[in-house]
Design a protein around this ligand. Structure first.
Ligand code: URP
Ligand code: ZN
Ligand code: ZN
Length: 484
């Protein structure tokens, strides 16, 4: 299977070049000016388009059982939606229920992912702690190719872990060459605020936002970062939504800590007014944690992407139908938390980021693909248009437009949080390891064609983090005898 992509401009995170790309057997085999087409090669005309590495969404919840129900997009439809929007790989959260073996959860997730149409990997959640978890973390890293462990600081009584568990797990990550990733909200305070607002008669979706103010996120982000520093490991903060969390990340980075932050495309475009919408359904469909914030917080997130203190734009795709959202009709704490976005992430970010001059096209590639490939240790197999890389490519037409509409989407839910947004900049074609999965509005992705992507542990130098360790290097102090 040989393809020659002709006439486009290759855009990587660090440079762009008007060159052709030759693809054979799933990989990029040549890049250069006016490449000859080998006999039998299929020619793809990329004239007027950019040829970029396929998007990588490092934060999804496909077929996840959560808050009493199961997310509507499974691996097949989630990855098909992703491919239609230029994303060729997702990293899904494998979440053992408290008490469940990590190894059993991994097998469950591999089974669920059999229908995936795009490539995928997993983060493993630490939802409880004992010797078994400690031991199984090693198998996850060394046998299953999972180098990231997710910790929920919220969802009290369900997935939430405490500081004791986090410190233990972070130290284990440091020893194994793995990285903790964090849902940073103070779950105890959220619980108290939820009771407070319910008692005050606030039962609608606005109560969800009131009970999760930026301070609960800022405090938890700061705490996770400092625990990571003390444990001597890097740390990745998911769904960073507010200035307080961004400030904590930027401060730690300035101090030399290896800390990463991930705003979502939803946070960059949508704001807290959504929760004040007169229509309960409209507001409930946008309930997620952390919630959408004010414009001021949005500005901070954009600034972080522009300056490099935030590195990745994800979706946290966790899609529930309107009917599922109705589980919380009379109590906002029961509205299943989560929104979709897999097929819209790239077009929305191009429109709101590149077309507005906030991001260059190279920065766009960095925050949608290359940075996370490097952070997760799969670069340059993924995240690059380079000889030897997987031919995961998006041929991007910067002039093509569409208006987002749930009626036309691939995702299985019945609404879209970006409904009515006009996007300019769309994938003309998406290639997964050289196979065309999306072309001119035609979905050609095949269930089961996705491959599991294992990831190597990080080298020791990467985890030798600890600004704190230098200060506390053990030095016994010589003291004079004290006589009473
Ligand atoms: O509301 C959200 N974010 N739902 C998905 C689960 C999580 O917290 O990431
Ligand atoms: Zn989360
Ligand atoms: Zn999530």
């Amino acid at each position: 299977m040989t393809k020659l992509i002709r006439g486009g401009t290759v855009v990587n995170h660090d440079h762009s070049q008007r060159v052709d790309v030759l693809v054979r057997d799933g990989a990029i085999v040549a890049i250069g000016d006016n490449l000859e087409a080998p006999a039998g090669a299929e020619i793809i005309d990329a004239g007027g388009c950019y040829v970029m590495p396929g998007g990588i969404d490092p934060h999804t919840h496909l077929e996840l059982t959560f808050m009493g129900t199961v997310t509507a997009d499974d691996f097949e439809w989630g990855t098909k939606a992703a491919l239609s929007g230029g994303t060729t790989m997702v990293v899904d959260m494998c979440i053992p229920s408290p008490g469940q073996s990590l190894l059993a959860a991994y097998q469950d997730w591999r089974r669920k992912a059999e229908g995936a149409a795009g490539d995928y990997g997993f983060h493993m959640a630490i939802s409880w702690w004992d010797k078994q978890v400690f031991d199984e973390m090693e198998t996850c890293v060394k046998t299953y190719g999972i180098n990231t462990f997710k910790h929920f600081m919220a969802y009290k009584g369900a997935l939430m872990v405490n500081d004791d568990q986090m410190y233990n797990s972070f130290q284990r990550c440091a020893a194994l060459g793995a990285m903790p990733i964090i849902h940073a909200e103070n779950g105890d305070v959220v619980w108290h605020l939820q009771q407070h607002y319910l008692a005050a008669g606030v039962t609608g979706p606005e109560g969800h936002a009131y009970s999760r103010p930026p301070l609960v996120e800022g405090e938890a982000t700061n705490r996770a970062i400092m625990i990571a520093d003390m444990a001597g490991c890097p740390v990745y903060i998911v769904h960073t939504s507010c200035r307080e969390a961004h400030d904590a990340i930027a401060r730690a980075r300035a101090a030399g800590q290896r800390v990463y932050g991930e705003p979502l495309i939803q946070f960059l475009v949508l704001d807290e007014d959504e929760y004040r919408h007169k229509d309960w359904e409209h507001a409930a469909r946008r309930v997620m944690s952390p919630p959408f914030r004010s414009k001021d917080h949005q500005a901070s997130l954009w600034a972080g992407l522009q300056s490099g203190s935030l590195q990745v734009v994800a979706t946290d795709h966790c899609a529930f139908t309107s009917e599922q959202k109705r589980l919380g009709r009379n109590d906002f704490t029961k509205i299943p938390n989560g929104t979709g976005g897999l097929e819209d992430r790239l077009p929305m970010l191009w429109t709101a980021g590149v077309n507005t001059g906030r991001l260059t096209k190279e920065e766009f590639v960095a925050v949608t693909s290359a940075n996370i490939a490097r952070i997760l240790n799969v670069f340059p197999k993924k995240g690059a248009v380079a000889v030897g890389s997987d031919a995961d490519l998006v041929i991007w037409d910067p002039t093509a437009s569409k208006t987002i509409s749930a009626k036309k989407q691939i995702s299985r839910i019945d609404y879209n949080v970006f409904e009515g947004y006009r996007c300019t900049g769309l994938p003309r074609a998406t290639l997964l390891r050289g196979a065309i999965t999306w072309l001119d509005g035609d979905l050609r992705a095949e269930a089961g064609a996705g491959q599991y992507v294992p990831r190597d542990p990080f080298p020791a130098v990467h985890v030798a983090n600890a600004t704190w360790r230098e200060l506390t290097a053990p030095q016994p102090v010589a003291r004079a005898e004290v006589t009473p």
